[in-house]
Design a protein. Structure first.
Length: 152
């Protein structure tokens, strides 16, 4: 389950939530992440960049395409993934729009992770047992580095 969450979190965060290259920071080693994220913490710069680069519609479709290609989603499942992705993106956008200026990048990431977990649970709930097996295989490829986290 953790691996499925990491897959979807990585894909959604990189593509959906912000669409601003955050996925590279997320996968960087801890020392590099501190150097990259450090200047963003405590400033509004990270929020402004995310607002400027946010494209929820495009990221939702990328997520649907990726999961459809890898899991052979039905049209009903595709529609549900779109709905879940829209809700996911709307919740993250609300944080960007309404959170106090004191919200740090780290605190934002924590909130995004919780929202993404809800998304993952929703996606997992609509998958068949065989699709869940395909998801595990996809996660294995992503975790091993043999496949890129970015959707086609």
């Amino acid at each position: 389950m953790r691996s499925i969450s990491m897959l979807l979190f990585g894909g959604v965060v990189a593509l959906g939530a912000a669409s601003c290259g955050k996925g590279q920071e997320k996968s960087a080693p801890a020392a590099d992440q501190t150097q990259q994220a450090g200047p963003l913490q405590g400033s509004a710069d990270w929020r402004e960049r995310m607002q400027r680069n946010h494209n929820a519609d495009s990221s939702a479709e990328q997520q649907v395409r990726r999961l459809t290609a890898d899991l052979n989603l039905t049209s009903v499942q595709q529609d549900k993934v779109r709905q879940l992705s829209k809700l996911h993106n709307d919740r993250i956008q609300k944080i960007l729009d309404t959170a106090p200026p004191t919200l740090t990048y780290a605190d934002f990431q924590t909130q995004v992770h919780a929202i993404s977990q809800d998304f993952h649970n929703g996606v997992n709930a609509i998958l068949t047992p065989s699709q869940l097996q395909l998801m595990k295989a996809m996660v294995g490829r992503l975790d091993s580095g043999t496949e890129a986290r970015h959707a086609p």
